[in-house]
Design a protein around this ligand. Structure first.
Ligand SMILES: *Cc1c(COP(=O)(O)O)cnc(C)c1O
Length: 354
């Protein structure tokens, strides 16, 4: 096949981007995407299926699912007008950048951080300003404050991925107070850290919080996320989304499962306990470093290096994420905390490969 003249048909910033990839090999233990290791109980899945069976599949879903928004907003003590729903929080993030980040303006992020921010920023033709974390993955306050000052949008992932490190709320507040632009706090892992910008949302009209159903809530398969912001901002961000973005299955699943916060809370408690136990055990092994984390994952370095660690664990059926191509992460893989049995298998596997 002849080479297509792609530079004539495709935007240059797209041609320059690598395609988003997740390396999946055959595995029995999946610790690579920070999902919940537990699916929802079967009776609740059946209740979702029952309601889905009663829904009209030939009709469009609600334009902006009001019942779901009211339920979510009530749980957060906010008004539904402050909420924007997306097909995953990444879709809301994309919509925010689409409506609020003109070409040439500054998008400020940490580095390393969630790779999607850069991809979306480049697609807006923004100027990326990345604030490097220290060698032990902590933020330098002064550098962040300086870089975010004139940024059109600053995105702070808290706790940060892939590092698991946490920004103090005071710092987020200072960023929001001194910047002329918007500040997005990506709280995909907030359940595991307990530190949220929600209490200060009403004080900073330039503050936006994004959250997802994909991690602690164990609903990655349905693709649902949301953002919280001032109602006047929300009205504009909706314009950056296509109509009917949330399908009827996701609406029903979320409505049913939001009635069972006790299930999520209990699992979060267990994951936090497992995380701290796992990090302590691994970090004690000779030549092994497991970084402290406030999320449901952590960074791990072994004497074998990241590629070989990934390969050796994969050989034992354990899939982790090789993040060694992230800035400052040349020595590490990222490991999601699993069930107690899965974590035990990981510990044994790491012992073996040493
Ligand atoms: C997983 C993740 C999300 C969630 O993405 P969805 O589109 O909601 O599945 C957002 N931000 C970060 C940092 C994540 O790791």
């Amino acid at each position: 096949m002849p080479e297509l003249p792609l530079e004539r048909w495709i935007n240059p910033e797209i041609l320059a981007q690598p395609a988003y990839q997740v390396k999946i090999s055959s595995h029995r233990i999946k610790l690579n995407q920070n999902e919940s290791p537990w699916d929802w109980p079967q009776p609740l899945k059946e209740e979702v299926l029952r309601r889905l069976g009663q829904a009209a599949w030939n009709r469009y879903p609600e334009l902006r699912p009001q019942g779901l928004k009211e339920k979510l907003a009530a749980g957060l003590s906010l008004s539904p007008e402050q909420l924007v729903l997306g097909k995953g929080s990444n879709e809301v993030l994309q919509a925010i950048l689409r409506v609020a980040l003109p070409p040439g303006e500054i998008l400020c992020t940490l580095s390393p951080t969630f790779a999607i921010y850069r991809l979306l920023g480049e697609q807006q033709r923004a100027r990326l300003v990345e604030v490097p974390l220290t060698a032990d993955f902590q933020v330098n306050d002064k550098n962040l404050l300086a870089a975010s000052k004139a940024a059109r949008i600053t995105i702070l992932c808290n706790p940060n991925s892939p590092t698991g490190s946490l920004l103090p709320l005071e710092l987020i507040e200072r960023v929001a107070r001194q910047t002329t632009g918007l500040v997005i706090v990506d709280e995909a892992y907030v359940d595991f850290s307990g530190v949220s910008a929600l209490p200060i949302l009403e004080h900073y009209p330039n503050l936006i919080i994004t959250r997802t159903f994909s991690k602690a809530f164990a609903l990655a398969g349905f693709r649902l996320g949301y953002a919280l912001m001032h109602p006047q901002l929300a009205a504009q961000v909706h314009k950056g989304l296509l109509p009917f973005n949330i399908d009827v299955a996701a609406i029903i699943a979320a409505e049913v499962l939001l009635d069972h916060p006790e299930i999520v809370a209990e699992r979060v408690r267990l994951i936090i306990r497992e995380r701290d136990r796992l990090i302590a055990r691994l970090d004690k092994m000779p030549g092994v470093t497991a970084w402290p984390s406030r999320a449901n994952f952590f960074l791990l370095a072994t004497p074998l290096g990241p590629r070989e660690t990934f390969a050796q664990l994969a050989e034992r059926g354990i899939l982790v994420r090789d993040v060694s191509d992230y800035p400052g992460c040349a020595q590490v893989v990222r490991v999601t905390v699993g069930t107690p049995d899965e974590n035990e298998a990981l510990v044994q596997a790491v012992k073996e490969l040493l």
